[in-house]
Design a protein around this ligand. Structure first.
Ligand code: MRU
Length: 341
């Protein structure tokens, strides 16, 4: 590890915090206007926080769910029921199922509440270590002084800390490889505008917000060399589900000769899912599109379609960066070489 790992100006947020007897979450629905914390004292509270996006981002929801199982164990609640309700909270990010499968295996091995607490802590700590490692691996791919673009929020808020794509950006800025970051708004929930810009500004990273619809125009200008995004599920052939709008960025990037990087821990890789065709894409309430900040902006009577993820085919991806290594031009064979089936 080089000095980027401990750079003090980057990475100051811990949004998922275990306090020994309850889980404290930074409420991502209210940022950046308000920094409010939610204290979850039982599994139901954690499940609702995941469903309602108080905690969001693939690694963060997996970590929160693991703590949700610990809360059930500490309160003597049925663990099967806790596992099932947490699993059903959101369908696309496989980190949720991965973390719950890990907890389930410990339960099957006879773990008590204290042992489950250690497992949840391990899941959280391993995620942070993976993020720092991926940051360095990803940053090494970027030429000094580059502009980059990102989508959604993949930072400390979406993970145990530091971030996946935003971790690469943090490491890249610290190493002088990234000179300028552009963040797409990420309609409709505005993870880019509300959350990524909050993280970037807070950490003193040079960043400009763009409308999602400005992305192709930006790429045509030559100002960005890489699009860097996270992932919610990476299938065995490298097809990648991520926040809605990622697919069109990958198409535009290929057209303009801009490189496309996916950054995700191995907990996001799902070798049991053959291709993107098999990934369950979450459809959320159309009301999220018909209103802005709770205020209706579209004529009454209008309908909306609100898929919140899409799938980028592996053929449009130049590199998948995981803590196990970089998979360039991903394919089933190259994925299998790193992640045995
Ligand atoms: O609906 P969200 O906000 O949970 O979606 C988040 C994303 O799509 C992120 O890009 C992904 O989870 C990677 S976060 C490190």
């Amino acid at each position: 590890m080089n000095s980027t790992r401990t750079s003090p100006i980057h990475d100051t947020i811990r949004a998922v915090q275990w306090h020994g007897d309850y889980l404290r979450l930074l409420d991502q629905r209210l940022l950046p206007a308000e920094e409010q914390w939610i204290d979850c004292h039982d599994t139901n509270a954690v499940t609702h926080a995941i469903k309602d996006l108080a905690v969001r981002g693939a690694p963060a929801i997996g970590i929160a769910a693991a703590w949700g199982v610990v809360l059930a164990a500490k309160r003597g609640q049925p663990l099967d029921q806790a596992l099932a309700q947490l699993r059903a909270a959101r369908p696309t990010a496989v980190n949720l199922m991965w973390a719950l499968d890990r907890m389930k295996a410990r339960i099957a091995a006879g773990a008590d509440a204290a042992a489950l607490e250690r497992e949840a802590q391990a899941i959280q700590d391993e995620d942070l270590a993976a993020n720092h490692h991926m940051g360095e691996l990803g940053a090494a791919l970027i030429a000094p002084g580059s502009g980059v673009m990102t989508h959604c929020n993949t930072g400390s808020l979406a993970t145990s800390g530091y971030g996946t794509a935003l971790g690469v950006i943090r490491a890249g800025v610290a190493a002088g490889r990234i000179a300028q970051v552009y963040a797409g708004e990420t309609r409709p929930w505005q993870q880019g505008a509300r959350l990524t810009m909050w993280e970037l500004v807070r950490d003193g990273i040079p960043a400009k917000l763009i409308a999602d619809s400005a992305a192709s125009h930006l790429m045509k200008s030559g100002a960005v060399k890489w699009v860097i995004v996270g992932a919610d599920r990476i299938a065995a052939n490298g097809d990648t589900a991520n926040k809605i709008g990622t697919y069109q960025l990958a198409i535009a990037a290929r057209y303009h000769g801009v490189k496309f990087m996916v950054v995700a821990p191995s907990s996001t890789v799902d070798m049991a899912t053959a291709s993107g065709e098999d990934i369950d894409i979450e459809l959320r309430d159309p009301a999220e599109l018909l209103s802005v900040a709770g205020r209706r902006t579209v004529v009454e009577g209008a309908e909306a379609w609100n898929p919140v993820f899409d799938v980028t085919p592996a053929s449009l991806i130049d590199a998948i960066v995981t803590e196990r290594g970089v998979i360039e031009l991903p394919s089933l064979e190259r994925m299998r070489a790193v992640f045995a089936a």
